[in-house]
Each structure stands twice: as C-alpha cells, then as structure tokens.
Design a protein around this ligand. Structure first.
Ligand SMILES: C[S@@+](CC[C@H](N)C(=O)[O-])C[C@H]1O[C@@H](n2cnc3c(N)ncnc32)[C@H](O)[C@@H]1O
Length: 887
C-alpha cells in the first residue's frame, strides 16, 4: 500500500501556497492524517480527483440542471449536526437536497470555505438510504430517488467531497465529521481516560455538604467523624464592582440578581450607600497576581464564586444541592492557585499579540485577558490539560474531537442563565454570545469532567451514524488551490464568511492554541479593522476565491452560495466578486423562515437575510466563442440564449404561476451588460436595440422570455394555472419605478388617477435619489391612448422612447460631470446611463471621477454603479481619457 507522509521537503514546497497555517512542522504533521486530512495544503488532492473524478468531456457533455433553492435551516436538531459547535453552520441535511439535485453518484463536490465540513457529510450521506428518506424522498429498489410529486430527481450513492478552510480548527473538525470511527474502541478509551482524570482531579471539585449553614457529618466505622463531601457540578462566578458614590466594592450577584423573578436587574442599589446604580456607571474591581506562565504580574477584573451546585450520594442515590461558597471552598481555590499544573497547556498571547488582540477584544471585559490560559479558571485548565495529555498519548482523533467540543463550555465564556436557573426548566448554562469572546458578568464554571461525560454520549451518537471516508480535506486559502486541476469539480456548495460578522481567526484561536497550529489570517476574507481590511479588501479576497472556484468547476456546472446577508454593501460586494470571477448569477432567493418558502430577490430590492445564490460557469464553447463575437450582436444573443437555458422555469404556487424576475427584459439586459463589463468588453447594442432583438428572437409570455422548447412547457403550465402572481416591488429608485409601472400597466391601459395612489403606496425613495415626478416617468417611458390612459408601448415605439429618454439622462449626466464636489442628490438612472455610455467610449476616468463623488454608501449598495466603477478603476491607466460633453 502506498505510504502517505508529510516529509520536510514536501512541507517546504507546500509553504509556497497561500494561507499555509502558522505552526511548527512537527505540530502540523501530528495533527494531519494523510492523505485524507492535512493541517496544511493537501498535496494529494490531484491524486484523489484522478482516482475518483470523471474528466470533463466537452464533446459528450450533456449536463443540464435548473437552479435550486431549498431550505438551508433544515436539520438543526440532528445529533450529527450538534456533535461539535461552530460559529455558523449549515446543516448537512439541507445541503443534501442540493447535492442530490445537482450531481450523480461518484461526482466530486467542493467547498472552499468548509468550516465544519457539513458539505462533506452531506455528500457522503447521499449514499445513505435512511437519511435520504428522512428528507421526504422515496427511494426505489434500484436506488432511484423521487420527490414529493413523484418525479425522479436523483440516484442514491455517495458523492466525493473536497473540503477546504483557512482555519486548522475548522478543518480538524471537518476531518472528524467526515471520518468513520470504531465506536467501541472510542467508548472504551474515552471511559478509561475519564476515569483516570476523575481519580486524579476530583479533589479539586469537592465541597463540604452544608444544610442551613451546618456542615453535615458522617460517622466512620471506627467512630471518627468526618464532613460529608459533595462533588461539584458547577460554580457560578460573579463580577465585583466598585460603587462610584462610596468607592466600596460589591458583588454583582448579591445586588443585581432577583432570584425570585429569575432576572438580572438593569438597576440596583449599592449595598453600602444605597445609591441607585446601573452596570454602565460602575467601575470594575481589580486583582493583581503573578502569572508564572508569562513571568509577569497581571491585573485582571475581579470575579468571585457565588454559588456552588454539587451532588451528594445518599443511600446509593445521587442528590443535588446548592450552597454559597464557604471557607473550605475558598481555601481549596487558593491551594489550587498556588500549585503548578503538571501538564502542558496553551499559554500563547491572544492572536500572538496579547493586549487588544483584535476586533473581538472589548475594553473592560478583556483587560488582563491577554493569553489563552486566561480564558479558564485554574482548576478547569488543570483538568483540561490532564485530558489533553492522555488523549495525545493515544493519538486518537475522535477523542481530540471530543476534547475540542468541550473547550468553550469549560471556559469563562460560559454564561449563567439566571432565568432558566431560578425558574426551573433547565438550560442554565449558555455559551458566550455567539461570535464573540465575551466573558459574562455571571459566568459558570462547569467541571470538564462533567462535560466530558455528557459530550461523550453525544459524540458516540454522532460517530455511530458516520460511515466511510469519501472526503479529502485541506487547510489553505481558497483563493490559491493549485492542487486542484482546472475543470475537475462537478458542483460547489459554499457558505462564505460574510463581511465583518464573524472574526473566525480570532474565535478559532482558542481551539487552535490547543491544536498548536493556527490560522494564517493574511488571506482571511473578512472585514476586520485590526487586520486593516475593509469592504474593498474583503471584496478583492472573495473575488480571488471565486476566481479559483470558477477555474476548478467544470464548464456549464453550478455553484450554490449560501450567504447570510446583514448589510447591503456586503451583499453587493459578493455579487460583484462572483461576476468579476466569471460566474453568471441565475437566481437569488431569500428564505422566508415563517412560511418556509423562498422569495426571489431582484437587484432592486434590499434584503438582510439568508440568501441562496445560484451561479453557473458558462459552457466551454460559449467561453471560447464569446471573445470572438463579443464585439458584435452575435455575442449578446449567444449569451442570452445560454442564460435563458439556465434560468429557472416558472412554477405553480397555490394555483398561480410565479413570475421569474430574471426572465424579464430589464434583468436580462442588466445581466448581459454585467457580463460584458466584467469581461472588459463594450456592449455592442443599445438597450432599445436589445429589447427589440429580444422580441424578435425569443418568445415572450407574461413579460418573461423563453427559448422555443421552454415556451412549449410554459404554455402547458399556463393552461393549468389560475393566473399569475406578480412580484411585489418596492420603488426605491427610478429603475424600480419603471419596473413597477410596467407590472402595473401589464393588464391594460390605466388612468393617471388609478396609477398615482398605488404608486405612492409603494414608494420608498432613497434620500439621495432625485426621482422624477410620476408624470415625467410616464411620459418618458409609456404612451397615452386616445382616452388619455397610459399603456406599455409596443417594441418599436418603446425603442424610440428609450432613445429619447437616454438622451435626456445623458444630458443630466453631463451636467454632473461638469460640476465639482460631492454629488448628494442626483438621478441614479442618469449616472447609470452615463456610465454605460462612458464605458462604451472607454472614458474610464470619467466613471472613476464621478463614482468617487457619489456618497460611498450609494456606490457600495448599487450593483450597477459598483460594477462600472470597479472595472473602470482597473482600466483607468490603460486609457486615460475624460469624457467629452455630448449634447
Ligand atoms: C461561514 S463559515 C463556513 C461554515 C460552514 N458552512 C459550516 O457549516 O461549518 C466560513 C469559513 O470561511 C473560512 N475562511 C475565511 N477566509 C478564508 C479563505 N481565504 N480561504 C478559506 N477559508 C476561509 C473561515 O475560517 C470560516 O470557517
């Protein structure tokens, strides 16, 4: 059998690859399990693809799929999903629907931002009949899979996965999620280690059994009396503050926790001077102590134990009690504090910096929390170190996985949930606010022995359902994956980092410190001020990653990007990055969590939710010929033909047909223009010519365009339906206003008095938008019949109108060009049309100059403007020309 080894030479050559993690060779080797997992760039990816993949064969390739949007939250209660936490996760069951739709058994699926590797689990589970059936699909004896409507959608069978993440903690978790384990052996070893650690460390979690202030005594056989000792389950710790009025210290727990109501009060009284206080008004109390690990005296926020929950065995039965810490408990803590932990544990300065380590650092909370070990109480750190030593001795990944799954729970980040605790109902241990390294004012020290025992059961449950390895895992930056051959991947599902929401490299540092291999955050795709990365840097990194995804994906294949949107500018950056990389976006949907359905997102609507983006890589033939035909109309129609083929077909919902926005002429025009601009070409036809050509070449139905074979299907669907559901559009700018009016006038001419009230109702105009009056909008884009009613012009008239309108808009644009200073109030349509014209004439500098005078937010949030600007910036040196004024 071939031996796979990460030799020194091999590691040296792999160091050339971007995102090679930070760590010593021996630690990288120790963490890796070649060939399936390497805690560095994986040199065996190509071999894996050669062995399992199918070469792309352009001649005989008949791959065809429509884009799919399925619920991405399905399966959050699954034991596998819950075996190890991560800052965000897409449940593997949700991903399975995508993989089943887009691939066939044996295909290769890739996720370049894999996090915990759920894409890999999903790919493998596509071969598991029971799991596939749990999605509501039927599987017949031949392994054919049918959906709820009885349509055959896929075939049962494992798909192979290539997974990658920049973070070694992430890939380590992903590896374990994707690897089979000998459950019996795991259980045996886990229990042995638990017993050993318990025997060695249980004294640290002993407390005297006290009832009504009285220490309970037991009489031994020899007649001597001894206090009854209980086993600590957890200890609640509280911040100590200083009253700004009387300067005396008080314990937050004593004054702010209303035990009856189960509430932490916003306002409380100083126990010394009775002053009414709020948390934000009080000072912290501090302790200074010598930290042997770093050889320094440190000053930290003072926290004291306030409540102990423990178990006592009485007549063979376990019973839980609670008490306030007494002298014995405090003495015990003091004793532990003075002793040395006999094992290795991480003492790295946070982010290798210590004080003010990054964007997750918070003044007040994190003063004096400068090193990894400061996140644990001494005794929890001791027990963790004792577990880690034994786990490393047996070199078992499954146990290491169990260990990392307890780290957050065992740290000071564990939050005490007063409400749940005092009002019963369980669930009193919460993790820290997700996505932060926050240490709560009331935190809970849960013994790792207790947590190990609990999580061991969860882990066994997870491993039992886990089958074989069909995945290969690599640790590097997704923007540079030279080990993956071009055109070799059948499908990509990915959930990229979203802007500045989560600082993965900072959050993962606490795991990575134990693993001794760290994220190299130089190429981390994130908005992070400590790293000096803003929106632009994030977009550039995402673009580089998507370029790599584009290269490795087979032509004509799909990529699904799950994206949690919190800011429109970040969503725009992603869209722009995708398009600049060469992908064509065919469908964008948001999940309506309440209804469990999907809504289409058009470029005109703003969203702050989970988005499912379906993008494809154009066919090889198209790519080849586009460059030749791009400058002529031919290129335009070839693009549209391919795009229509890839767009989703309308479906019937509640008896009615849902209009597909992307099939409407304006969006088709936008996509075509975007493709041209992103490829550095001039658009060879005007909008009016485009609309006319569209009508001549393709079939129009209900405002949507179809290819001949599609229109036959659509007509059949139309017969079965009871009508059309129009998209609801909010009118935030002129472009949206025109779209809205077209929809509104679709069913026939309307009076101004009918249009006006509805128009106003839907108007949510942006502040900067110099929107023309409704009258002007109607005059510029529509015609009036003999009764004065407004209607949609036929294509010929429309082309004339469009020409006149563009001329007017260009005139307005030229006025902007002629002025100086920031543009605060303007007609966005004029800027768009002006940019289009400037692009056509290669006046890149004009685009850049005007764009830089727009409010930054407008530029970042308008996909068309951003696209022109981004592309013009990179070309400005090529053709330094100013736009000459056109009349
Ligand atoms: C939203 S998470 C993925 C979570 C994953 N879907 C799951 O279910 O666990 C995004 C991931 O991107 C990773 N990341 C950030 N920049 C990266 C880069 N340049 N290359 C590869 N991964 C990167 C982060 O470490 C993080 O794990």
């Amino acid at each position: 059998m071939k031996e796979y080894k990460l030799t020194k030479e091999l590691l040296n050559s792999l160091r050339e690859i971007d995102g090679f993690p930070l760590g010593r060779d021996e630690d990288i080797v120790a963490l890796s399990d070649p060939p399936h997992y390497t805690a560095c760039p994986n040199p065996w990816i190509e071999e894996f693809i050669r062995e399992h993949g199918k070469l792309y064969d352009e001649e005989n390739d008949d791959y065809k799929r429509e884009p799919l949007a399925a619920d991405i939250t399905e399966g959050k209660n699954d034991p596998i999903y819950n075996a190890h936490s991560y800052h965000t996760k897409v449940p593997y069951k949700a991903i399975m629907r995508y993989i089943l739709h887009y691939t066939v058994p044996g295909d290769i699926v890739f996720d370049g931002f894999c996090g915990t590797g759920m894409t890999g689990v999903a790919a493998q589970m596509c071969g598991d009949r029971e799991t596939v059936e749990s999605l509501g699909y039927r599987v017949d004896d031949e392994g054919n899979i049918y959906n709820e409507n009885g349509e055959k959608i896929s075939k049962l069978g494992v798909r192979y996965a290539i997974l990658n993440d920049l973070s070694p903690a992430a890939t380590f978790i992903a590896y374990n999620y994707n690897t089979p384990v000998d459950v019996e052996e795991f259980e045996r070893e886990a229990k042995r280690i638990l017993e050993e650690v318990e025997t060695e460390c249980e004294w640290m979690y002993e407390t005297r059994h006290v009832i009504d202030g009285k220490v309970q005594i037991k009489r031994e056989v020899d007649g001597t009396e001894k206090p009854i000792m209980g086993k600590i389950n957890y200890v609640v710790w509280s911040d100590v503050f200083v009253c700004p009025s009387c300067q005396k210290e008080f314990v937050f727990w004593d004054v702010a926790v209303d035990k009856e109501a189960g509430k932490v009060l916003d306002e409380f009284n100083c126990p010394h001077c009775n002053a009414l206080l709020k948390k934000k008004d009080v000072e912290r109390a501090w302790v200074t102590k010598y930290d042997k690990d770093i050889g320094k005296t440190i000053k930290q926020a003072k926290q004291v134990p306030v409540l102990i929950n423990y178990t006592v065995e009485e007549n063979g039965k376990k019973k839980r009690y609670e008490k306030a810490p007494d002298e014995y408990d405090l003495e015990l803590l003091k004793k532990i504090e003075e002793m040395d932990i006999p094992y290795w544990y991480p003492t790295d300065p946070m982010m290798f910096k210590g004080e003010k380590w990054g964007d997750t650092w918070r003044a007040g909370v994190h003063f004096g929390i400068t090193h990894v070990h400061h996140f644990y109480t001494k005794r929890n750190l001791w027990v963790l170190a004792a577990f880690w030593k034994r786990i490393n001795e047996v070199e078992r990944y499954d146990l290491m996985f169990l260990f990392t799954s307890l780290l957050i729970r065992s740290s000071k980040q564990s939050r005490f949930l007063a409400k749940n605790y005092f009002q019963g109902g369980g669930g009193w241990v919460g993790t820290s606010l997700s996505g932060t390294l926050f240490i709560p004012s009331l935190n809970i020290e849960v013994s790792p022995i207790f947590t190990f025992n609990n999580r061991m059961k969860i882990t066994i449950n997870h491993f039992e359902t886990n089958s074989k390895v069909h995945a290969l895992i690599s640790t590097q930056s997704a923007h540079h994956m030279p080990q993956i051959p071009s055109n070799s991947i059948d499908y990509i599902f990915t959930d990229p980092p979203f802007g500045g929401n989560l600082m993965y490299s900072e959050l993962n540092f606490l795991w990575e410190a134990w693993l001794r291999v760290f994220t190299n955050n130089e190429p981390e795709a994130v908005i992070n001020s400590t790293q000096g990365k803003g929106l632009l840097e994030y977009q550039r990194l995402m673009e580089a990653c998507f370029k790599e995804f584009y290269r490795v994906l087979k032509p004509g294949r799909w990529m699904t990007v799950e994206f949690h949107n919190s800011q429109n500018s970040v969503w725009n950056a992603i869209q722009e990055a995708l398009q600049r990389a060469g992908f064509v976006i065919a469908d964008v949907r948001i999940l309506d969590k309440k209804q469990g359905t999907f809504k289409q997102v058009t470029s005109t609507s703003a969203v702050k939710k989970d988005l499912i983006i379906s993008a494809y890589k154009p066919s090889a033939k198209f790519e080849r010929t586009f460059a030749e035909h791009a400058e002529t109309e031919k290129g335009v129609w070839e693009f549209i033909e391919q795009h229509l083929e890839k767009l989703p077909m309308p479906t019937i919902k509640d008896g009615k047909i849902e209009v597909i926005a992307e099939r409407q002429k304006y969006l088709l025009y936008d996509r075509m223009v975007a493709y041209y601009i992103q490829h550095g070409f001039r658009v060879p036809i005007s909008a009016a010519e485009f609309y006319r050509g569209l009508d001549e070449r393709f079939s129009e139905r209900d405002g949507m365009y179809f290819l001949p074979h599609q229109v036959v299907k659509y007509d059949a669907l139309r017969v079965k339906s009871e009508g059309i559901i129009q998209l609801t559009l909010s009118i935030k700018d002129e472009k949206a206003a025109i779209l809205w009016l077209r929809n509104f006038l679709k069913d026939g001419p309307k009076e101004y008095s009918e249009i006006y009230p509805e128009f106003v109702k839907n108007l949510h105009q942006e502040r900067h938008e110099k929107m023309p009056e409704l009258k002007v909008l109607l005059e510029e884009n529509f015609l009036q019949d003999e009764n004065g009613r407004w209607y949609i012009p036929d294509p010929n008239n429309e082309a004339d109108l469009e020409r006149i309108r563009r001329k007017r808009l260009l005139k307005e644009f030229n006025e902007y060009v002629a002025t100086k200073g920031k543009l605060k109030y303007f007609r966005t349509e004029a800027i768009r049309v002006g940019f289009e014209e400037a692009w056509k004439n290669r006046y890149y500098e004009t685009i850049v100059k005007v764009a830089e005078r727009l409010p930054e937010r407008v530029l970042q949030e308008d996909p068309a403007l951003l696209m022109f600007y981004d592309n013009a910036v990179s070309l400005v040196d090529e053709k330094p020309k100013q736009m000459k004024l056109v009349d």
